[in-house]
Ligand binder design. Structure first.
Ligand SMILES: *Cc1c(COP(=O)(O)O)cnc(C)c1O
Length: 446
């Protein structure tokens, strides 16, 4: 479905029809299943969401980085429709299907590393995280998993246990999965002794902790987001990930790169870890892989993936043929339209705009990101770096929405505005959306 790629605000937002739906929603759906924006989508295409009141909104959230190739791209819709009519589901464990095998081949070829690989599919990011840890444990015979401050790996028991932030993700939901160890992440902007020491000190701490408190020979895997997503689009200080990867290699620890948010071109490469020159043992993808069709993948070294006995991995829907066919069309579109290159190019343009905003708005303490995975961290005072409070950030998000731009916050301190436009967005529309963000931040004093 084609919707004109233009912003159009017809009603106050939320409009009367969205408000009516939200009354019904309140009586039917628990509050825990949160909504950032109190609006209901009628249809979407490209970079535009049209709500039930007919407002056309520029989408800088893309369903939390799921729509790198834009909403309802015709090639992806056609591929899914075709497969839907051929075979919707037989379960891969009962009779296999072509898209599953073909997609596995494609991801094996795309993932870093000139070695034999295997890929398995699941439905959500959290499930891919669970499977990656299962594989690493089985392959190494070791129990421990190392994760980091500010990490987000999902909401199932193991994934939630790996996730850092207690509220809202974990509060009251323990006990958590055992044998999980959390280390500091090289968050340069907030590193106590200053950014120039960050990587070196974070690594020294990791090395020490892994030796003294966990024991390297007990560690199955280190799982890390090469650019942290929910934690606040934190790009680790240069050298930190390389040092970690060296430690892993030295001690036979599986290095898992969680590319669920940063992958598929979001940070300018198929996998953000490529910019670090690291070859991970396992990469996990989800979100933009299926462009909204639920599918996630674990891609890893053949000897790790084959360490699991027959029947040790799987699930009813994993690698569903419709989702896999859609994913194949997504990969093809990224390649054909050179969206990795576009992500890097437009990313530079966004960063330049954000730095210009920083020069005018004292609220912006830090500008960071890579490719089209960029964000601003907002503070009340640039010296103390005191985070702005939740309601102030929410005010900025709401102001953008009322002007017809959908954006999201992130961050451990809930003070990061992240930008996740489609990689395919028209440049004029991108600039227009950034103007709205600029004005919303400018109009907000802490
Ligand atoms: C979203 C996300 C997950 C969890 O994915 P779900 O599909 O929501 O289970 C895991 N890791 C990262 C980095 C994510 O951004």
């Amino acid at each position: 479905m084609d919707i004109p790629q233009e912003r159009k605000v017809l009603t106050e937002i939320p409009g009367p029809k969205s408000r009516e739906w939200f009354e019904r929603r309140k009586a039917a759906v628990p509050q825990a299943v949160f909504n950032v924006h109190p609006i209901v989508t009628a249809r979407a295409s490209g970079s535009i969401i049209e709500d039930v009141d007919g407002n056309r909104l520029i989408d800088f959230a893309t369903g939390i980085s799921v729509l790198n190739v834009g909403h309802t791209p015709p090639e992806v819709v056609a591929a899914a429709q075709k497969q839907l009519e051929l075979d919707t589901h037989t379960c891969f464990h009962v009779t296999a299907n072509e898209p599953y095998i073909e997609l596995a081949e494609r991801l094996n070829a795309l993932a870093p590393g000139e070695f034999d690989k295997r890929t398995m599919f699941a439905n959500s990011g959290a499930e891919a995280v669970e499977n990656a840890v299962k594989i690493a444990r089985k392959a190494t015979g070791r129990p421990a998993v190392v994760t980091f401050d500010h990490a987000f790996h999902g909401r199932t028991l193991l994934a939630m246990s790996l996730t850092a932030k207690v509220m809202p993700y974990k509060q009251g939901m323990g006990p958590f999965a055992p044998e999980i160890y959390r280390l500091p992440f090289a968050y340069a902007y907030r590193w106590p002794s200053g950014p120039e020491h960050c990587a070196e000190e974070a690594l020294a701490y990791a090395r020490d902790e892994m030796h003294k408190q966990i024991g390297e020979e007990n560690i199955a895997a280190v799982i890390v987001e090469p650019i942290q997503g929910e934690g606040g689009f934190i790009v680790p200080a240069p050298g930190f990930l390389t040092g970690l990867a060296d430690l892993c290699r030295e001690h036979g620890i599986v290095f898992i790169s969680d590319e669920i948010q940063s992958g598929m071109g979001r940070a300018g490469r198929w996998f953000a870890i490529e910019d670090e020159g690291i070859v991970p043992d396992i990469v996990i993808t989800a979100k933009s892989l299926g462009s909204g069709m639920p599918i996630s993948a674990v891609t890893g070294r053949a000897e790790l993936m084959e360490a699991v006995h027959v029947g040790g991995l799987g699930g009813t829907y994993g690698g569903n043929p419709v989702a896999a066919a859609a994913a194949l069309a997504v990969l093809e579109k990224i390649e054909r339209e050179e969206l990795l290159e576009r992500s890097r190019r437009l990313g530079e343009r966004i960063l330049a705009r954000l730095r210009d905003m920083q020069s005018r708005h004292p609220l912006i303490g830090d500008v960071r990101g890579r490719g089209m995975m960029t964000a601003v961290e907002l503070v009340t005072d640039r010296e103390t770096k005191e985070p702005i409070d939740g309601p102030t950030g929410t005010g900025i998000v709401q102001r953008c929405l009322s002007e017809g731009v959908v954006i999201l916050k992130a961050g451990t301190y809930d003070n990061v505005i992240r930008l996740l436009p489609p990689l395919t967005i028209d440049e004029g529309l991108l600039d227009e959306g950034l103007d709205v963000v600029d004005q919303a931040i400018g109009a907000t004093s802490s």
